[in-house]
Design a protein around this ligand. Structure first.
Ligand code: HEC
Ligand code: HEC
Length: 323
């Protein structure tokens, strides 16, 4: 970055000011040169003393010239305005796209692992990629657990893939996770509101970046292989519903952790109607919106309709209802 002229706007402004100063100098020079007249000459040379056009030329060629100029201006307006009108929606759309792209590129820098180089002109990165994988493909984080007897030990906690996170959650929900983190896991709060270091713009930029790296639903579905309810549950649900799964010490499958206990017929009681059960697993829940019989959503249960096929969701739901 050049220290004197930082941006195109500044360069243009400097060029404009230079042209203005030069023009002013030139005007002064010409004025001085012209004023070779003697004292008293202004009684003839002053503009208001010079004879103007006579009536003939005022109402003739002079008037016509003015009319032609007006017609030319009118043509500019008649064609220019509709052209502008036609162009405007596209311009607005491009502005929004450009806005999103710039946000995503700022988010990209924030996302990079802590030990990667910082591009010039950026404040740095927050190291999401160190845990979630450089491309958000998922990874591992060290975490210190305190056992019931008070002893601390380090475990390897699986950090979920983020290149599908917006298939499971909407943008506001992802924003909330980033802002407040996931307490009792290695995921720290990042937003100021959660006690973290990032302002709202930075969190929004990260969401814009995540949006730019999302797999297409078809690609995500291809990655989700299998038709067996139990193994699909293990791959997609256990990290929240089975205590210990994230660090390879799974306790009772579906016995509850971050998400509620789903065993002993809990899901049959919450969802006497299987259609509502399928709906929750497909769409997830929303903050303060009802689900099942007595469920009230918090927005923390993801929806899997874009990552899993209908048959796979059906298999998982059947498995859950048997727990
Ligand atoms: C120290 C490791 C670590 C860092 C750094 C980290 N995360 Fe996480 N993150 C995790 C773990 C582990 C989880 C899953 C916690 C759990 O098991 O519920 C997680 C969960 C998430 C989730 C929820 C995903 C889901 O499907 O449940 C999002 C979104 C997320 N992180 C985004 C970020 C962003 C953005 C950053 C960078 C600002 C970041 N994380 C930095 C470890 C980390
Ligand atoms: C990121 C964590 C997370 C994942 C992954 C997850 N859930 Fe959940 N789930 C929750 C939370 C949290 C709730 C409680 C509702 C809430 O707070 O929003 C919940 C609620 C539920 C409920 C309602 C239980 C009740 O009795 O109220 C069912 C059923 C359920 N999840 C099934 C699943 C299935 C099936 C999967 C995998 C395909 C899955 N969940 C994956 C976090 C998760």
């Amino acid at each position: 970055m050049s220290p004197v002229f930082a941006s195109t706007q500044q360069n243009l402004a400097i060029a404009f000011v230079v042209a203005l100063v030069l023009g002013w100098g030139l005007f002064l020079l010409i004025s001085v040169k012209k004023s070779g007249e003697a004292v008293g000459d202004e009684s003839v040379t002053a503009p208001n003393r010079r004879p103007y056009f006579d009536d003939e030329s005022l109402e003739g060629p002079r008037l016509e010239r003015a009319q032609k100029a007006a017609l030319a201006c009118l043509i500019v307006v008649v064609f220019g305005l509709p052209m502008y009108w036609l162009n405007e929606p596209g311009r607005q759309e491009n502005a929004i796209t450009g806005f999103g792209k710039r946000a995503a590129s700022r988010g990209y820098v924030l996302f990079q692992p802590a030990d990667s180089a910082v591009p010039e002109g950026n404040i740095g990165h927050f190291g999401c990629g160190g845990c979630h994988g450089v491309d958000g493909e998922g990874g591992i984080a060290n975490y210190t657990l305190t056992d019931a007897d008070g002893k601390a030990r380090t475990v390897k906690w699986k950090a979920p893939a983020l290149n599908t996170v917006l298939l499971r959650y909407d943008e506001a929900e992802v924003n909330t996770v980033i802002t407040y983190g996931r307490p009792n896991t290695p995921m720290p709060p990042w937003g100021v509101a959660g006690g973290g270091p990032m302002n709202e713009q930075q969190v929004t930029d990260l969401v814009a970046y995540l949006k730019s790296i999302q797999l297409k639903p078809a690609e995500a579905r291809q990655a989700a292989v299998g038709a067996d309810g139990a193994s699909l549950f293990d791959q997609f649900c256990s990290r929240c519903h089975t205590k210990g799964w994230s660090y390879d010490e799974s306790e009772v499958a579906g016995g509850g952790a971050f998400g509620p206990n789903l065993t002993n017929g809990a899901t049959l009681r919450q969802f006497p109607n299987v259609a509502k059960h399928l709906e929750l697993v497909s769409l997830g829940d929303d903050f303060q919106k009802p689900y099942g019989e007595r469920g009230v959503g918090t927005g923390r249960m993801p929806g899997f309709g874009q990552m899993l096929s209908e048959a796979q969701i059906r298999a998982i739901v059947e498995y859950e209802r048997s727990l």
